[in-house]
Design a protein around this ligand. Structure first.
Ligand code: GLY
Length: 567
C-alpha cells in the first residue's frame, strides 16, 4: 500500500512537472518569452525585431519571413545570406502544409569529378574556398516565391526596414566580433584588404553595409530579375570569373525555387512536418524517431545512458541510409516510403543491444527490396493569424566560401562541399556520400537542414530548427523529445545539453562539460567512442511552442545571440 502511494505520488509529481501543466506566470524561470499572439525567434535581435514589426503592421508570417531572412543577411553575414540558399516548412492557420526548396544548385559547367586530380584524389580546399566552391544561390528566388504565393504587404514595405538596417548599421556583438576576427585572414586572402570585412570590428562597433543597402534597393525596384539577370547578376558573375568560378549568367537565369510536399510522419501522438529531399533532414529525423519510438525514453530519463544508447544506435543506422539513398529527388529515385516504414525500421534495430555498442563497420545502409559547427541559421515564426513557418538558411561554412562581392555587399556560399566529391570521401561535416549525392550539372546538393513543425492532436504545437551541418537533425529531434518526453519548457528544451552520432566517423559527440563523467565512462566501457571536444557546441535551436492556454512560448538558444520577440 505504502509502495503504491509512493508510486502514485511520483507519477503525480512527474505530471506536475510537465510544462503543459505549469503556469508560466508563476514559474517564469523555466520559460522563454511568453506572448499572446505572435513570436519571431532568430539568431539576431535586429532580425527578430524587423520580422515582428512586419507582423505588427498587419503582415503575415510569410511577409515576416521575407523580412527576417533579409535582416539576417544584413546583421548575421556568418550564415544569413543573399548568396546562399535554404528551406522553409509552413503550416497555415487552416492546417494546410507545404515546403519550399531554395537550395543552391551545381553550375551547368560542373562535373562529377571536378574536385578530383588525375589520381582520383579529392582536393578538399577547392570544395570549401574560392570560386569553384560556389553553388547557384537560391535565397532571392525563395523570398520572391514566398511573397508571390502568400505575401500580403508590398515587397517595398517589407524590405524598407532591412534597407535601413544595412545603411544605418547594426551593433557588432561579442560573439560576432570573435568570429569576424577568426576568419579575417581568410577574408583578405580570398578577396583583398580593402573589402568591408577586411577591417577589424570590436564588440559595440556599428557595422554599416551601404553596398548591400543599394543591392536590396535595386531588388525592390527590379524584382527577382535584378538578382538573376540584372546588374547584380552581372557583377556577381564578373567577380566569380576573376576568382576561379564556373557559374554563368545562364545558371542564374535558370534558377528556380521549388515548392515540395513536406515529409510527414507520426511519433506517438505527434504529427511531424519536415523538409523532404534534397534535404535529408525530414527523412533521417523520421527514421531516428521511429526507431526510438518502441523504447520508453520518458522512463529512461533525459540524457540517461539508455536514452543516449537508443538515440545513438538509431542515428548510426539512419545516417548510414542517408549516405546511400539520399540526394536531389529531381535526379535520383529515393525510396522515402520504405525508409520511413515501420517494418523496415523495426528490422534496422534488430541487432541493437544495450550491453554493447554496435560498430559502424557492421552497419551498412539497409537493404530494401565535423563538428563544432553553427554555420547556417534558423528562424521560427508564428503570426497573429495562427500561421507558422520554420526556415533554415545557409552559406554552408561560416561566411561560406569567404568570397565577398564588395560592390554587392554579400558573401557567396561554399555549398558545393555538401555534394559527395567522391564516394567515401568525407565533406567538412565528416559526412560520407555515395552515387545519390554525386555532382551533376543543375543538381542540388544534399542537405541536413531540418526546419520542422510539430502538431499535437492535429493542432499546431511546435515550430523549430537549427544550424550545425550534420548535427542539425539530431539537435532538432532531441529538442522535440525534450518537450514531448522529458517535460521541458521550450526554453529549457533548446538550452539542454546535446549529443550526436552520424554513423561515420564512429564517434558520439557530447557538448563540452555538459555530461557526467561517470556516464561517459560507462558508455566507453560498452564500446562507444566518446568525444567531448573543446568548446564543442551542437546546434543552436530557435523554436516556438503553443501553450495549452493558446499563448506562445519562444525558445531562443542560449548558445548564441538568439532572441525571441513577440506581442
Ligand atoms: N550546409 C549544411 C547543410 O545544408 O546541411
Amino acid at each position: 500500500m505504502k509502495k503504491l502511494f509512493l508510486l502514485l505520488l511520483l507519477v503525480f509529481i512527474h505530471s506536475c512537472d510537465k510544462p503543459e501543466q505549469i503556469d508560466h506566470t508563476r514559474d517564469t524561470e523555466r520559460f522563454g518569452l511568453v506572448a499572446n499572439k505572435a513570436i519571431v525567434v532568430s539568431a539576431r535581435e535586429e532580425a527578430s525585431k524587423i520580422g515582428l514589426s512586419i507582423l505588427q503592421k498587419g503582415g503575415n508570417a510569410f511577409d515576416a519571413m521575407v523580412a527576417t531572412e533579409m535582416s539576417l543577411a544584413v546583421a548575421y553575414p556568418f550564415a544569413g545570406n543573399l548568396g546562399g540558399g535554404g528551406f522553409m516548412v509552413y503550416r497555415m492557420e487552416n492546417g494546410e502544409k507545404g515546403s519550399l526548396d531554395y537550395r543552391e544548385k551545381a553550375p551547368l559547367a560542373s562535373s562529377k569529378k571536378m574536385y578530383q586530380d588525375e589520381q582520383g584524389n579529392v582536393t578538399p580546399e577547392k570544395t570549401k574556398l574560392g570560386g569553384l566552391a560556389v553553388g547557384v544561390p537560391g535565397t532571392v528566388s525563395g523570398i520572391f516565391a514566398v511573397h508571390k504565393k502568400f505575401g500580403s504587404l508590398p515587397m517595398e514595405e517589407i524590405l524598407a526596414p532591412v534597407i535601413d538596417l544595412a545603411r544605418n548599421g547594426y551593433v557588432v556583438t561579442a560573439h560576432q566580433a570573435e568570429t569576424l576576427k577568426k576568419y579575417s585572414e581568410n577574408f583578405i586572402s580570398e578577396n583583398n584588404d580593402t573589402i568591408l570585412f577586411a577591417k577589424s570590428y570590436a564588440a559595440g562597433d556599428t557595422l554599416k553595409n551601404p553596398a548591400l543597402a543599394n543591392t536590396l534597393e535595386r531588388i525592390v525596384k527590379n524584382g527577382k530579375k535584378e538578382f538573376y539577370e540584372g546588374e547584380t547578376a552581372k557583377l556577381m558573375i564578373e567577380y566569380l570569373k576573376v576568382h576561379g568560378g564556373i557559374m554563368t549568367m545562364q545558371d542564374l537565369k535558370l534558377y528556380q525555387a521549388v515548392w515540395r510536399d513536406p515529409v510527414t510522419f507520426n511519433y506517438k501522438d505527434l504529427g511531424i512536418i519536415s523538409m523532404p529531399p534534397p534535404s535529408s533532414g525530414g527523412i533521417v529525423m523520421g527514421q531516428i524517431l521511429k526507431m526510438a519510438e518502441p523504447y520508453p525514453l520518458e522512463k529512461y530519463g533525459h540524457n540517461s545512458i539508455k536514452t543516449i544508447q537508443v538515440l545513438t544506435e538509431a542515428e548510426r543506422r539512419a545516417y548510414a541510409d542517408r549516405s546511400f539513398y539520399l540526394g536531389d529527388p529531381d535526379f535520383v529515385k529515393i525510396p522515402s516510403d520504405t525508409l520511413l516504414s515501420d517494418s523496415y525500421l523495426k528490422g534496422r534495430m534488430d541487432n541493437f543491444s544495450f550491453s554493447k555498442a554496435t560498430s559502424s563497420k557492421e552497419i551498412e545502409h539497409g537493404e530494401i527490396a565535423g563538428y563544432e559547427s553553427m554555420e547556417t541559421t534558423h528562424y521560427s515564426i508564428i503570426d497573429q493569424f495562427g500561421n507558422a513557418i520554420a526556415a533554415t538558411t545557409t552559406l554552408n561554412g561560416a561566411y561560406g566560401s569567404k568570397l565577398y562581392v564588395d560592390e554587392l555587399g554579400f558573401f557567396l556560399n561554399n555549398e558545393m562541399d555538401d555534394f559527395s566529391a567522391k564516394p567515401g570521401s568525407p565533406n567538412m561535416f565528416g559526412l560520407i556520400g555515395a552515387e545519390a549525392n554525386s555532382i551533376a550539372p543543375g543538381k542540388r546538393m544534399l542537405s541536413s537542414m531540418t526546419p520542422t513543425i510539430v502538431e499535437k492532436n492535429g493542432e499546431l504545437w511546435l515550430t523549430l530548427g537549427s544550424p550545425g551541418g550534420s548535427t542539425i537533425i539530431t539537435s532538432v529531434l532531441q529538442t522535440i523529445l525534450n518537450v514531448s518526453e522529458f517535460g521541458m519548457t521550450m526554453q529549457e528544451a533548446v538550452n539542454a545539453p546535446r549529443f550526436h552520432h552520424q554513423w561515420l566517423p564512429d564517434v558520439v559527440l557530447f557538448e563540452t562539460d555538459s555530461f557526467d563523467e561517470n556516464l561517459l565512462d560507462s558508455l566507453k566501457l560498452k564500446g562507444y567512442k566518446v568525444n567531448e571536444g573543446e568548446s564543442m557546441i551542437i546546434g543552436k535551436v530557435d523554436a516556438i511552442r503553443v501553450l495549452p492556454s493558446g499563448k506562445l512560448e519562444g525558445g531562443a538558444d542560449k548558445r548564441g545571440d538568439d532572441t525571441a520577440l513577440g506581442f
